[in-house]
Ligand binder design. Structure first.
Ligand code: ADP
Ligand code: MG
Length: 259
């Protein structure tokens, strides 16, 4: 019988994908240690990105299952630890590059993500409904889709997706929650309860910039922006931040909406 080696276990761990970052845990510096006993019992030490990681159990289960499948492995135990600041900085650099400036990946030349801003002249015409349903159907077709709730005052994306999860934060990187396979971010995830947001234009611009640059969207095929009604600050910011964004106008037959 072949002797079980650390490299066998590492090969198995390379197939474990971090549920949030969606990359192998071995590429993310998340494997802390591998211990193999003579009787085939394997102990794996895993670094989580944050102590409050909501995916703790999921990651632990994925590791256990992957290692248990290796020939010669007896029992598998997983011990969780948390990255220190240096390790988190390394992780951010490996994911985002070394630049200090927030970079909007969708505005870079060569970006493969199609960005659609869903807009309308009036409120209540179905923008958010179109956005989330389009996102869910495109996801069902196998595309990787993100939704950015740019309707800061009238956010409704988390409710429509039926998910009020809070994003996890790794350093300055924000991991978007997922619902129906759609990654989404909304100001609702950062406010207490139903507190209204009362911001002027520059704050809106900054929030939008952060949602575009600091949220780790990964390689999206499509990003949908659910805009507030009208041609206000947010619409202007979108045009400035992602000049290549396309626009999808939603209207109802009423003249006041169509105009
Ligand atoms: N195609 C549709 N037919 C009927 N009602 C709709 C349709 N799309 C949306 N609605 C309803 O209209 C209201 C406003 O929709 P919403 O998507 O929130 O609009 P907006 O984002 O433009 O403000 C909601 O109550 C929604 O359920
Ligand atoms: Mg809306």
């Amino acid at each position: 019988m072949a002797v079980l080696t650390e490299s066998d276990v590492r090969t198995a761990l390379a197939k474990v994908i971090d549920p949030e970052i969606r990359k192998p845990i071995t590429d993310l510096g998340m494997v802390k240690s591998i211990d193999i006993s003579d009787d085939g019992a394997v102990g794996v030490g895993i670094y989580l990105t944050t102590s409050g990681c909501p995916m703790k159990t999921e990651i632990s289960d994925r590791v256990k299952n992957a290692v248990a499948d290796v020939e010669g492995v007896g029992t598998v135990s997983v011990e969780l630890d948390v990255m220190n600041d240096e390790q988190r900085t390394e992780l951010r650099k490996s994911l985002r590059g070394d630049s200090a400036e927030p970079i909007i990946p969708f505005a870079q030349p060569g970006s493969l993500t199609r960005v659609y801003a869903v807009a309308s002249g009036k409120g209540g015409v179905g923008k958010s409904s179109v956005t989330v349903n389009l996102a869910a159907s495109l996801t069902a077709r196998g595309l990787s889709v993100g939704v950015l709730d740019a309707d800061i005052y009238g956010h409704s994306v988390p409710r429509m997706l039926g998910n009020d999860a809070k994003p996890t934060q790794v350093e300055k990187m924000i991991m978007p929650p997922q619902a129906h396979g759609v990654k989404f971010i909304s100001i609702a995830q950062f406010t207490q309860g139903n507190t209204p947001v009362v911001w002027r234009g520059p704050m809106l611009h900054r929030a939008l910039q952060q949602f575009l640059a600091d949220v780790f969207w990964g390689d999206l095929d499509v990003l949908l922006l659910d805009l507030p009604p009208g041609t206000g600050d947010v619409a202007i910011s979108v045009a400035q931040l992602i000049p290549s964004a396309e626009i999808l106008v939603v209207t109802t037959p009423q003249q006041a909406a169509a105009e």
